[in-house]
Design a protein around this ligand. Structure first.
Ligand code: PEP
Ligand code: MG
Length: 574
């Protein structure tokens, strides 16, 4: 029977496929005991499954190359470590030997035991580990039940419906022609969602009913833009799907023409258009789309999902690759922004913070770890010998912070010169505006920085006191809130008066439908996901800045989001 389910669009694209439902394995196993004469066979079955899981992980690892190998490989290495953990293995064997439990039930018990220990510690570090533990347990459990014809989940034309998905799994599934992913939990700002967008794999997250309302084998139509999923679509749905698909194809073909077109408005104003990206594929896509440069390279991606911190050399190579990849166009490297929603496993960010979003993250963490900051800045300065580099500092709240990093940067640059290590002649230095305090006082930073980048993802959450990853706050968290628009207007005016180049690199900039808002508020430089460059260029080329600016006053008078939306509709018709 036809059903429509609503989730949150996390990676756009339209997909039609057969559901492959994956229930959270370890949580659903009924108690089962075995007789003493079956203990040895059960132990052998367990060993076989552990080995199969190990082979699978090694196979996955071996097939990854390029930056994906680095990014996702770390997760896989962590999973191998968990799989080989003596406590896990001995615990399982003990449960089978002395408890006489089936291997399946032993898996559940052992998982629950470890999970309880993790949860008792009640901090982000172990919550991240708990996800990894669940993925490993799920893999072993699947291996216990593998039939010849099962294969690995994610075959051509299938849509995975799962509780959650690890970033490590996504690349493999996409390679196996999986067409889309739906998860019950998660947020569009999660690491997995960011990777799905990079892979152009449609994804819907936070679909509360996904596991209870979708059965294995159901036909699904999924729209990754608005998060709508139709289970067992009827003839009308399929006709709509075909029409929409054809429209998307036509749109894609027409966007292709814009690869070499100038990013110029109808009334002849040139607008900057950069891309956000780190992975090699993203850099290549940014260049192919004619982006002016990389407006945001999030260096924390090098630090996530691994047990050790990357040293200066490893960082240098990654930054240099990006600089070379952009063939002379500037690359904006942001110093580490770990903490809050980006909990790492390298043990860098503080654990047990009662309020991590307001705690030791971004520049605060960097300044508390001078060795770490020095390694990053040195690696960035060295990469600048290969092409234009701009260094950007996140989560700045006070002038002193930006001054402290700047002093360090100058000192390290002069040390590198003394050591005869090549660096670029000039490295631009910038502040990220993502805390309201910095937004209100940007002009005071103008003598210390060469440019500013606005991180609206965080700025909105701090301005509206609404967690950016909180599923239930979706309606409140909005870039179209009048307070956000007024603050941005004031911010762009400060930058203009101080002659400080400014761009927006939060998700807001990448939403083509919101381009008129940002242009009306005074923005002249965007940095967007590589997949959004052409669409945003198209929206900019369709806009008339003069007319939009003349309507800025009425935009600033809007008191509610719906009024802003009505303004936007009228602006699109200009
Ligand atoms: C932002 O906050 O808008 C931003 C670009 O940084 P991140 O999403 O990495 O926090
Ligand atoms: Mg941010």
């Amino acid at each position: 029977m036809r059903r429509a389910l609503q989730g949150v669009g996390a990676s756009k694209g339209l997909a039609l496929g057969r559901a492959r439902v994956r229930h959270p394995h370890a949580l659903q196993i009924a108690e089962e005991t075995i007789s003493p004469e079956h203990v040895d066979a059960e132990l052998a079955r367990l060993d076989g499954a552990l080995e199969a899981a190990r082979v699978e992980l090694a196979g996955l690892r071996g097939r990854l190359h390029g930056t994906l190998a680095q990014e996702i490989g770390e997760f896989l290495d962590l999973h191998v470590l968990i799989l080989d953990d003596p406590e896990l293995r001995e615990g399982l064997r003990d449960l089978i030997r002395t408890g006489r439990y089936s291997a399946d039930y032993a898996l559940k018990l052992q998982r629950d035991r470890l999970a309880q220990a993790f949860q008792a510690m009640d901090n982000d570090y172990f919550r991240v580990r708990l996800d990894d533990l669940d993925h490993v347990i799920g893999r072993v459990h699947a291996a216990l039940h593998r039939r010849e014809d099962d294969g690995v989940i994610g075959l051509a034309g299938e849509i995975l419906v799962a509780d959650d998905i690890a970033p490590a799994e996504l690349a493999e599934l996409s390679r196996r022609q999986l067409v889309a992913v739906v998860t019950r939990t998660g947020s569009p700002l999660s690491h997995s969602a960011i990777i799905a967008r990079g892979l152009h794999l449609p994804m819907v997250v936070g679909c509360a009913d996904a596991l209870s309302h979708v059965n294995d084998g159901d036909a699904l139509v999924l729209d990754g833009r608005d998060g709508l999923i139709v289970v067992e679509p009827d003839a009308d749905d399929l006709a709509r799907y075909r029409a929409l698909k054809a429209k998307i194809e036509r749109k894609r073909a027409s966007l292709e023409r814009l690869r070499r077109a100038p990013t110029r408005t109808r009334d002849g104003i040139d607008i900057g258009l950069h891309a956000n990206g780190e992975r090699r594929e993203e850099i290549a896509e940014a260049l192919a789309a004619g982006a002016d440069g990389i407006g945001l390279f999030r260096t924390e991606f090098l630090f996530m999902g691994r047990a050790t911190v990357p040293d200066e050399e490893e960082q240098f190579l990654a930054y240099r690759d990006a600089v070379l990849g952009m063939a002379g166009r500037p690359v904006t490297l942001r110093t580490l922004d770990l903490g809050a929603d980006k909990a790492d496993s390298s043990g860098l960010a503080l654990r047990n913070e009662p309020n991590p979003a307001l705690g030791l993250r971004g520049v605060r963490l960097s300044l508390s770890r001078p060795t770490l900051l020095d390694a990053q800045l040195r690696a960035m300065l060295r990469a600048s010998a290969f092409g234009p580099v701009r260094i950007l500092v996140p989560m700045v709240t006070a002038r002193e912070e930006i001054d402290a990093v700047r002093t360090r940067l100058h000192l390290l640059a002069s040390r590198l010169r003394d050591e005869d290590v090549p660096t670029g002649e000039r490295v631009a230095y910038g502040v990220m505006v993502e805390v309201p305090a910095a937004a209100l006082t940007l002009a005071d930073y103008a003598d210390l920085v060469d440019f500013a980048a606005v991180g609206t993802n965080d700025l909105v959450q701090y301005l509206l006191a609404a967690d950016r990853t909180h599923e239930a706050l979706d309606g409140l968290y909005s870039e179209r809130h009048p307070a956000v628009l007024r603050l941005l207007h004031q911010l762009f005016a400060q930058a203009r008066d101080a002659r400080l180049p400014i761009h927006v690199c939060g998700e807001f900039a990448g939403r083509a439908e919101d381009v008129p808002l940002l242009l009306a508020l005074g923005l002249r430089d965007f940095s967007v996901h590589p997949g959004a460059v052409l669409e945003v260029r198209e929206a900019i080329r369709a806009a008339d800045v003069g007319k939009l600016r003349r309507r800025a006053a009425s935009l600033l008078q809007c008191r509610e989001r719906t009024e802003v939306e009505r303004w936007l509709e009228r602006a699109r018709a200009l």
